[in-house]
Design a protein around this ligand. Structure first.
Ligand SMILES: NC(=O)c1ccc[n+]([C@@H]2O[C@H](COP(=O)([O-])OP(=O)(O)OC[C@H]3O[C@@H](n4cnc5c(N)ncnc54)[C@H](OP(=O)(O)O)[C@@H]3O)[C@@H](O)[C@H]2O)c1
Length: 332
């Protein structure tokens, strides 16, 4: 089997470190792993397949000979270095928001639109974490019943704000001291209806990502999405309350069966035994967990669900590594 020269950009971050872990767990065919970050991290060591690899500084020369580079160092770094890498023949899988809405750049969740990977011109975008877990569940429903409208409220982990988000909650819980504050308010014992920056229309950019990324990944502009994104003092993953209106009528039993057999989904739904998805259980798992599946009687063909997933894994690292796996497998 061919082995690949792989780089992780932002290797010291929450997502980057998970990326290294997932590449190892999934036995991705890595010939050499190059770990890149800012000057601050030069010389730090990260273990991959039992070998300690030193982190190097990201420079325009970093991509010589690299076949696949997975970026997770923020949009500014991606905008500067993504095109440089792509120009040198590296395929970039980018976790930031830099290229997601560029019509020339595929935005991929393998369970939903795998074949879009092969439309790439050197850069493939990995969607926003809260969008990924939602579309994995919407896809089979859309194929069978045609999703018309989605109303989603999120309950997003502090890990979604990177290491600084985790540090702030740790400090407020007395587990750490001397960190700089990431959020505009205290997050312990609190909820902030504020993720990313506010736009003039009152929505946040995170809410817009869910609206527009969903239609791009699903390949259907007619799907309407209304989102409210909330940061909660949780570590393990993002949760979402999702209300879906569909064109066709459904039998609830068939919806359960459909979701149970769909890729990447685990149905956890037994209210009598207090079984439903929770971020504590989703932590460090690759799947999207769905439960509390019930009919919404207030609108025709409507459904309520609770969707949970580890945003650092399926919402970021796992999805990116899956894209790399599909890329090397080639077209269907
Ligand atoms: N957290 C999530 O749930 C999530 C989900 C999907 C996508 N993402 C995206 O993934 C990216 C990283 O997120 P994260 O949560 O891992 O953040 P993080 O923990 O803050 O890590 C940021 C990483 O970027 C590196 N970096 C920052 N500035 C750099 C520069 N000028 N040159 C080279 N490297 C630089 C950092 O290196 P140093 O350690 O050297 O500073 C670190 O490795 C972001 O674009 C984010 O939007 C995050």
């Amino acid at each position: 089997m061919k082995q690949y020269e792989v780089a992780v950009v932002g290797a010291t971050g929450l997502v980057g470190r998970k990326m290294v872990q997932v590449l190892e767990e999934k036995k991705f065919p890595v010939k050499n792993l190059t770990l890149l970050a800012s000057e601050r991290s030069v010389g730090k060591e990260i273990t991959f397949n039992g070998e300690k690899i030193k982190v190097k500084k990201l420079t325009p020369e970093s991509f010589k000979g690299i076949e696949i580079a997975i970026f997770s160092a923020g949009a500014t770094v991606s905008k500067e270095f993504g095109p440089i890498a792509a120009k040198q023949g590296t395929v970039v899988i980018d976790n930031s928001s830099a290229f997601r809405m560029d019509p020339e750049i595929p935005l991929v969740v393998p369970e939903v639109n795998r074949n879009d990977i092969f439309k790439h011109h050197g850069i493939i975008a990995n969607p926003n974490c809260s969008t990924i877990q939602m579309v994995v569940v919407l896809k089979p429903l859309h194929d069978k019943y045609r999703v018309k409208r989605v109303v989603v409220s999120t309950y997003q982990s502090v890990t979604g704000a990177g290491q600084k988000g985790v540090d702030q909650l740790d400090e407020e819980l007395g587990k750490k001291a001397g960190t700089t504050y990431k959020f505009p308010h205290k997050i312990a014992f609190n909820c902030l209806p504020h993720i990313d920056v506010f736009r003039d229309d009152g929505y946040t950019k995170e809410e817009y990502k869910m609206i527009f990324e969903t239609t791009k990944i699903m390949g259907d502009d007619s799907i309407k999405v209304s989102a409210t994104c909330v940061r909660v003092p949780v570590f393990g993953g993002h949760s979402e309350s999702v209300n879906v209106e569909m064109e066709k009528g459904y039998d609830l039993k068939n919806v359960f069966e459909l979701l149970k057999k769909s890729p990447g989904i685990i149905v956890e739904d037994d209210p009598a035994k207090n079984i439903y998805p929770m971020p504590l259980n989703a932590y460090d798992k690759d799947e999207v967990f769905v439960g509390r599946i019930r009919r919404d009687e207030t609108a025709p063909n409507a459904l309520n669900m609770w969707i949970v997933s580890d945003n650092i894994r399926k919402g970021a690292a796992t999805n990116a590594v899956q894209i790399a796996e599909e890329l090397i497998k080639g077209r269907d």
